[in-house]
Design a binder for this molecule. Structure first.
Ligand code: PLP
Ligand code: ZN
Length: 502
């Protein structure tokens, strides 16, 4: 739609004009730093940072209802820079000019209602938000769109040149980083560090395909992360892990979209989010808090963080009900099908602790909950979901298993409308489905496939056929006709099909 066709009171807000003043703030000592420098930790006390807008209160000059209308009308704009996460420009990156924004089709992923069979099985109304439908097939694209738009802006301003972007990854961060960096080459190059044999073949193919330098390191993700931290400390590189607070800003879009899709009424909404390095749950809480603060939503949804029993440090931390007695203890991870969340020492833990407290205070009561689930439940529920029209990966299965755990402990009840984060596309983790269907999970996963969920292909070749076609050796004539008819009969018999009456 063209600008002149919008209502008069909307027209002047269609193009973002808010003058944000963004700063990094340390969650340890509270010191603030300008954003002209790439910072990941506080130079003083080495704690993680979050980005704040010192002019945030000016956003309140526009009423919450007016913001709702602005975002709703912006859906109809045909301006690339505002088609993705920057529809919410004022809340995500109000210093980034539109011509620096990198848009590769991220964000605005669909909310898909579970079908009646699944709703009945689970006993709660729920949706999957399919973040696997982002360009590199996981939610990480939201954060990368923000981080790389910022880097692009810094390059345009002359503050940065010849950027080498680096990240450690359980697979999806590197796929997203390499994709967005490749769009900006040759100004930006990327290198990714992966734990050897701890990412799926599909995930490994992604940064390779995008032309990134790919390094495989022995150990698990937590080890890779330490190497990347050493690199970013001693060399001039741009760190793209979620330690980078720009990633968090971009991932807040997930919350804004849910608010918008639910018509800004979140009073009965509950979200279930798998936790690995805890960047995503940080961003989700931060996003809702901002919309709440600006009056765009008038209630904060419940947030349920879910972890596998094989990588559950955040869950363990919150087992202690009394805040003063809680003590964070990293865990040694065990093999998990929720491999992208197989992290024992989440980098964003201080952010989670900070935001959980703010979130519950703002909500006036407990709205954050943490549950753990078994590897068995993750796989069983992933497969059950996908047999009912979803495209959930193992982490989507973890979200659904988390919904059941939250229902069982009373965190979610039948009145809630639940949104499950389907963080990546099923195809990225197809290998775990293969292990389930072929019943060859290594013992340390503790998964025994349920017979009724197993599905394998059947090879059909009737015994009485003399000849069958082969690649490069087609059949013709009578033998071909026989092959077609006998094979069709064999399949019909296995499917118990009745012959049509003449
Ligand atoms: C990264 C990732 C997670 C975990 O998100 P964090 O921000 O690290 O907590 C979950 N699922 C998938 C598919 C991921 O790629
Ligand atoms: Zn500090």
């Amino acid at each position: 739609m063209k600008a002149e066709d919008f209502p008069r009171d909307i027209r002047s807000h269609l193009m973002p004009s808010h003058n944000g003043h963004l700063i990094y703030r340390c969650l340890g000592c509270g010191k603030e730093y300008g954003i002209k420098e790439l910072l990941y930790i506080c130079p003083e006390c080495r704690q993680v940072l979050l980005i704040y807008d010192e002019n945030f209160d000016r956003l309140k000059d526009i009423s919450g209802e007016q913001w709702q209308r602005i975002f709703d009308y912006r859906k109809m704009l045909n301006i690339d820079a505002l088609k993705g996460i920057y529809r919410y420009h004022e809340f995500i990156g109000p210093v980034i000019p539109l011509d620096s924004i990198v848009y590769l089709g991220e964000g605005h992923t669909p909310l898909i209602a579970a079908n009646p069979a699944m709703q009945e099985k689970v006993g709660v109304q729920f949706f999957f938000k399919n973040d696997g439908q982002n360009p590199s097939a996981s939610f990480k694209d939201r954060g990368m769109a923000s981080a790389l738009s910022y880097i692009n802006f810094m390059v345009h301003q002359g503050y940065l040149s010849d950027v080498l972007a680096v990240c450690a990854s359980t697979g999806d961060t590197s796929a997203a980083a390499a994709l967005y960096a490749s769009y900006l080459q040759p100004k930006v190059k990327s290198a990714v560090l992966l734990p050897h044999k701890k990412v799926t073949p599909q995930q490994l193919s992604q940064p390779l395909g995008s032309g990134a330098a790919v390094y495989e390191i022995p150990g698990v993700f937590d080890d890779c992360m330490k190497v990347v931290e050493a690199l970013s400390e001693h060399y001039s590189v741009a760190l793209l892990n979620s330690k980078n607070a720009w990633r968090i800003l971009g991932q807040e879009s997930y919350s804004y979209e849910i608010a918008q899709e639910m018509e800004y009424d979140l009073s009965r909404a509950a979200l279930v989010v798998p936790i690995g390095n805890a960047g995503n749950i940080t961003a989700i809480m931060s996003g809702f808090l901002k919309f709440f603060d600006a009056g765009i939503i008038d209630s904060l949804p419940k947030i349920i963080g879910v972890q596998s029993r094989h990588a559950n440090p955040v869950y363990r931390y919150y087992l202690e009900p009394e805040a003063a007695k809680r003590h964070f203890q990293p865990v040694t991870v065990k093999p998990s099908v929720a491999q992208a969340a197989m992290i024992g020492n989440p980098v964003s833990m201080p952010r989670v602790i900070h935001l959980v407290q703010r979130y519950n205070e703002a909500a006036g009561g407990q709205r954050t909950f943490f549950v753990e689930v078994s590897e068995q439940d993750i796989m069983d529920w992933e497969i059950a979901a996908n047999r009912n029209g979803h495209i959930a990966c193992t982490h989507g299965g973890e979200s659904l298993a988390g919904l059941l755990a939250a229902r069982d402990c009373g965190a979610i009840d039948a009145q809630d409308t639940v949104v499950l984060d389907s963080t990546a596309h099923a195809l990225k983790f197809a290998g775990f489905q293969d292990m389930y269907f072929e019943e060859n999970f290594p013992a340390d996963y503790h998964i025994s496939p349920r017979k009724e969920l197993i599905n394998v292909p059947h090879y059909i070749q009737p015994q009485d056929l003399d000849q069958v076609p082969a690649p490069g050796r087609p059949l013709t004539g009578e033998p071909f006709e026989q092959f077609v008819n006998r094979t069709a009969e064999e399949i019909a018999s296995r499917l118990n099909l009745k012959r049509k009456g003449k």
